[in-house]
Design a protein around this ligand. Sequence first.
Ligand code: ATP
Length: 339
Amino acid sequence: MNAVQFDQAGKSWGATTALHPTDLQLEQGQFSVLLGPSGCGKTTTLRLIAGLEMPTTGRIHIFGRDVTEIQPAQRGVSMVFQNYALFPHLSVSENVVFGLKVRRVPKAEIIERLRKTLDLLSLSQLADRKPGELSGGQQQRVALARALVADSQLCLMDEPLSNLDAQLRQEMRHELRALQRKLGLSVVYVTHDQTEAMSMADRVILLKGGRVEQVATPTEIYQQPRTLFAAQFIGSARMNVLELEGSRIAGTHIELQAPSGATRVGIRPEDVHLGGDLHLPLLRTDFTGADLMLHVGVGQQSLVVRADGKYARDVQGEIALGWEASNLHWFDHDGHRIN
Ligand code: ATP
């Protein structure tokens, strides 16, 4: 069964279409990540699932039930927001059980669920503190506890880690993922950070301009991006894309085995190796510590090559390099992948 299913569901505000009519299936028990640049419709998609927005077209199902006309509170869905939305005057415990009290869950059950949830998130010691007396990471955990205490099977998260510093964010990614697996939760997670999506997702749903660009596992989307946009959005260093003239790289004599219809070739900086038959002029270098990014000229275009950070930083002149033909990505005039 799907945790979430969109049947031509879309959302417009007047002339602005945040989400074009979309078919989408998110599997039960999976960690699905909505990824894309600012304004592509991630939050709108999440809010449609939550019931905080009504679709202007189509239907939405949650665990097989048509919820299109169902109120948010009746959808059996919990939500974690970027700003945590904790009540500052309430303690950790009071924040966590707030929703249960509103729903008039019996007191004994509230106490038991609270104990379990605080335990699960290592918050028991902090139960009596106010949000203002907690670190960012602890506040984030409280927000998570408040979502999990409801025991709903579908949890929606909108950039929940973006207020944390880089190291804590990385730790929380693992913690969240472990928790999701342990509880068998279905999670829909919004981020614009492709590293976060790649490290957390079972499935990445890449959005662009209110349309689904690709739905795939992190490995698939990295190895077989369906479009130029996907190719360049995914990957810690942007994929190089070079214009072709026939089967040559434009403005050069470099001949490639280009399939028919290919107008551009893509190659990731990490897929170009040093030492090879091509000798290309070095334009500049960027040192990042672990890596030395070499920018070389290819006719009027340039190519970024990822070299080891230990590689001599004072390299000059021409660089010898090469690549495996199997690492080349081909795109047609419309930016669609060929084969
Ligand atoms: P970000 O990463 O910046 O949060 P997003 O991918 O989550 O972006 P959405 O918030 O879903 O994008 O917005 C998608 C589009 O819909 C944008 O063009 C936005 O301006 C528009 N939009 C969102 N909410 C409304 C609204 N209430 N009224 C009018 N337009 C809206």
